[in-house]
Write a protein that binds this ligand. Structure first.
Ligand SMILES: Cc1cc2nc3c(=O)[nH]c(=O)nc-3n(C[C@H](O)[C@H](O)[C@H](O)COP(=O)(O)O)c2cc1C
Length: 203
């Protein structure tokens, strides 16, 4: 019998609909560190996500070491630059990556890396992304900012980095998420009209 754990249910008073509409990708953080208990609360919210055949394939790495974050950021920039086509689309991103002042983790003090167990009966990625959204909404409700950092995924999935972070070979990094106290509130990013391809109703 698997152990049944009690969820760490924290009430925030923030309505889920408000959290969905107010969450933003935060790219400016204060130096205030996120307390261990809060990180644990966010991970607990993450694992309340649904998962295919209840496989719960997620695993988490928490990085709160500025030096390590700086090193992975440098590596991520190099790797992304190497993978960009030499010309054509991506010019703007290339300029950003070439800027020595650009840090892929901005100045966030905490990175939570959501990893997925490989070889499961259903690919782990969807489950991990659902867990990521839970984590980001919970963080918003608790006064924290977050930002998914796709730019770092390649570097985090390199064998050396995985080794350094204790990520087993049979796990892949799916979603790295910054967490911290926002220095500013980003403006809402407008959404395009949803493309509803077809809505089939009875005649
Ligand atoms: C899979 C994924 C990867 C992302 N990677 C990055 C990233 O590397 N750096 C970054 O600054 N923002 C990243 N973002 C954040 C998006 O740019 C952001 O969500 C989008 O602009 C919409 O803004 P909003 O989240 O404030 O609504 C990523 C978002 C997703 C979903």
């Amino acid at each position: 019998m698997p152990t049944i754990r009690q969820p760490r249910w924290v009430r925030s008073g923030v309505d889920v609909i408000d959290a969905i509409y107010q969450r933003r990708a935060v790219r400016e953080y204060t130096p205030r560190r996120v307390a261990t208990e809060l990180v644990e609360t966010l991970i607990d919210a993450a694992i309340q996500a649904p998962s295919a055949v209840n496989q719960q394939p997620w695993a988490f790495v928490v990085v709160q070491d500025a030096e390590l974050l700086a090193r992975v950021s440098d590596r991520a920039k190099q790797l992304c630059l190497a993978r960009l086509p030499p010309a054509g689309p991506g010019g703007e991103l290339r300029d950003v990556l070439l800027d020595p002042a650009f840090r892929v983790f901005y100045d966030a003090t905490t990175l939570i890396v959501i990893c997925g167990r490989q070889g499961t009966s259903w690919p782990a990625e969807e489950d991990c992304c659902l867990a990521a959204q839970n984590l980001m909404l919970a963080a918003h409700a608790l006064g924290l900012g977050t930002c998914p950092i796709g730019l770092a995924r390649g570097a985090l999935n390199e064998a050396a980095t995985k080794g350094e972070l204790g990520i087993p070979e049979d796990h892949a990094v799916v979603m790295p998420i910054l967490v911290g106290y926002p220095r500013s509130t980003p403006d809402p990013v407008p959404r395009e009209e949803p493309r509803i391809l077809r809505w089939v109703r009875p005649a």
